[in-house]
Write a protein that binds this ligand. Structure first.
Ligand SMILES: [Fe+2]
Ligand SMILES: [Fe+2]
Length: 307
């Protein structure tokens, strides 16, 4: 049997758990309305009063984070295509992908309307970048559907943290509320994907460890195709909104703890090797993060010495 056929079988076997977790999600998630949190009272015509950077109220770092997060949300059609396309039309996962897509759709609506009404973005540039981002698209090559669950577990948690931290650092109660609402949704999505992965891990640890390793060893956020992604990622890391250290310590390590990767036993030789490799991923990232932080510190010391 090929890995894919085995993986498909494992997902089918997990369907009762998928249904249960989807039911839990429906009960737990509080429905919310973007129009109630967007500050419409601040909105005014861009024709009569064109945008100028002096109108922005948030720091440049926070604006960078909100715009990057928004453009990432804007690529939802590709995420939907990937998830919906990985499962049969009449499966519980197809039902989940429709529900998930509907909820995700509100995120870009809320963040964009906030940025426009509060004038914390250049509206023309934002639209140009949205067009560039969506035209470029997004793809994720997963060798089997299990990898998608491992990837989305990490991605939803990463997005939750990034949205939440951007809201906290905004130092503005309205931005804070918008981003908290979005982050709470991401948290519910994260719990769903993490739960399905955990259920499959109990059934077929070898297969799922392979998928977790595939998803996390060289994890890339879905926003990497956005214009100037690297430059923006550095700004956000320096602001403490999302960084390599946060990714290792607040995304990967808690996930691996929840899945109890380190204490899985009775594994065959290949699975034990994967277990070790997976546990080493956050350790290596923390070492990279330390080197990055030291470079930043050295640079800021040189700057203050020459100032
Ligand atoms: Fe989202
Ligand atoms: Fe999400």
């Amino acid at each position: 049997m090929t890995v894919t056929a085995e993986a498909v079988e494992l997902v089918v076997a997990a369907e009762p758990e998928i249904e249960r977790l989807m039911g839990e999600h429906r009960e737990r998630r509080e429905h919310w309305y973007a129009h109630e949190v967007v500050p419409w009272e601040m909105g005014r015509s861009f024709r009569d009063d064109p945008w100028d950077e002096s109108q922005a109220t948030l720091s440049p770092e926070v604006r960078t984070a909100l715009q990057l997060n928004l453009l990432t949300e804007d690529n939802l059609p590709y995420y939907h295509a990937k998830i919906a396309g990985s499962f049969p039309e009449d499966s519980p996962m197809a039902e989940w992908s429709r529900l998930w897509t509907a909820e995700e759709g509100q995120h870009a609506i809320a963040i964009r309307n906030y940025l426009l009404t509060s004038r914390n973005c250049d509206p023309a540039l934002l639209e140009d970048e949205r067009l560039a981002t969506v035209t470029k698209g997004w793809s994720y090559e997963a060798p089997c559907p299990i990898e998608m669950f491992a990837y989305t577990s990490a991605q939803e948690l990463a997005t939750r943290i990034s949205h939440r931290n951007a809201g906290v650092k905004a130092d503005c109660p309205v931005a804070h509320e918008v981003m908290t609402r979005v982050a709470v949704d991401e948290n519910h999505h994260f719990m769903f994907y993490r739960g399905v992965t955990a259920a499959m891990l109990r059934e077929a640890p070898g297969l799922v460890l392979e998928a977790i390793h595939g998803a996390l060893a060289d994890f890339r956020m879905p926003g990497t195709g956005i214009p100037n992604f690297n430059r923006r990622a550095v700004i956000i890391a320096r602001a403490g909104i999302y960084s390599l250290r946060i990714h290792a310590e607040q995304v990967l390590q808690p996930l691996l703890r929840h899945w109890r990767i380190e204490s899985l036993d009775g594994l065959d030789a290949r699975a034990s090797e994967l277990q070790e490799k997976i546990m080493a991923i956050p350790v290596a990232l923390i070492a990279q993060a330390e080197a990055f932080e030291m470079r930043l510190e050295r640079r800021s010391k040189t700057r203050s010495a020459t100032a």
